[in-house]
Design a protein around this ligand. Structure first.
Ligand code: ZN
Ligand code: ZN
Length: 342
């Protein structure tokens, strides 16, 4: 690193969220600044609640090697399924027939109505990088099917699908799992993404994500992987180092409309992205989540669905918490280069 590089940092503006981020590579300490401490979760089979499913509630959806299967109310054998969705034992939201709201002083309060499910893949130790590709695709089959089922339920306006892997990413169980939460309100992160996309569309009459994607594919510096239908990109203005987005090349606002061919391509892109991340950062904790148009019966044709993968690499300091501005110590161009080679 030259002295000039040492004294250089850059503020970058995200096109959609309109958030500024800082790229300050001189803040990177040590040779591999992205290797962080980890707290291992208990990986014993005996204590894993998903090995027998004995104490779980009845599944809402299950697949066995690519075919949807009907399972008994309780006590299904582990051999009966390869991917399954079950109600969360400790839900943040509860199904209700009606929505009760009230005022508490100047505040609005609403009942926590909705669905909170855990989506589990069968193998105790195999995450997406290690599964056979058809089982990765099956996971996206389940996400799509469950999304379509839940989106038409009255009171449901928004469905979040996400994964926490590892202690620092918020996971409490070792066994590979992700979650689905459906509720009446839009989360602030998605709302900002939607508003940003709408205002970009109003100004430029085109989709901000399509513009970013076109430039990224031409520029190539931030492309980690692409196949015919999907691209894996390190975003120009990332919220953290090694952040990746998986985005369909064909413009579409609604993940639930994904085609079979796109799902195969998405499964491949997801697997490649997470394999590379695992290798480059030595199996980091991470979150992934879906950004898609909400299910509130409004039109969001300007939006462009995508998945985001955010490795959990650092704790937020006062600057990040107080300002909301993220500092990345590795530029996305460099991160993409490392990931491409991994
Ligand atoms: Zn297990
Ligand atoms: Zn688009």
């Amino acid at each position: 690193m030259t002295d000039k590089e040492k004294k250089h940092s850059e503020l970058r503006l995200d096109l959609v969220s309109k958030d500024w981020v800082v790229i300050a590579t001189s803040r990177a300490r040590g040779k591999r600044p992205f290797e962080e401490r980890r707290i291992p979760l208990d990986d014993s089979l005996e204590k894993c609640p998903f090995e027998t499913m004995a104490k779980q509630e009845s599944p809402t959806l299950a697949y066995l090697h690519g075919e949807q299967v009907m399972l008994p109310q309780s006590g299904s054998s582990p051999k009966d399924w390869t991917t399954i969705s079950i109600p969360n034992k400790y839900p943040a939201f509860f199904p209700q027939k009606a929505l009760k709201t009230k005022l508490v002083g100047p505040y609005s309060v609403m009942q926590g109505v909705g669905y909170h499910e855990v989506i589990v893949t069968r193998h105790h130790r195999k995450e997406i990088p290690d599964l056979p590709l058809p089982l990765v695709k099956e996971l996206f089959d389940l996400y799509q099917k469950r999304y379509l089922e839940v989106m038409n339920v009255e009171l449901i306006n928004h469905i979040a699908i996400f994964k926490n892997k590892g202690f620092y990413a918020g996971a409490s169980l070792f066994h590979p799992h992700s979650q689905l939460i459906a509720n009446p309100v839009l989360d602030p992160d998605l709302r900002r993404s939607l508003n940003g996309s709408a205002s970009y569309y109003a100004e430029h009459a085109t989709c901000a994500h399509c513009v970013m994607l076109e430039w990224d594919l031409k520029d190539k510096k931030r492309v980690v992987f692409e196949n015919e239908r999907m691209a894996v990109i390190c975003p120009f203005a990332p919220r953290g180092i090694f952040e990746m987005r998986i985005i369909p090349k064909e413009h579409s606002a609604y993940f639930e409309w994904i085609t079979e061919e796109e799902k195969v391509a998405l499964a491949e892109a997801f697997q490649v992205a997470l394999r590379k991340l695992k290798k480059a950062m030595r199996d980091p904790d991470y979150n992934y989540f879906l950004h898609t148009a909400p299910a509130d019966r409004q039109k969001y044709d300007h939006y462009h669905w995508h998945w985001e993968i955010l490795p959990k690499t650092m704790n937020w300091g006062g600057f990040e918490v107080g300002t909301g501005i993220q500092i990345s110590t590795i530029a996305p161009e460099e991160a993409a280069g490392i990931l491409r080679k991994s």
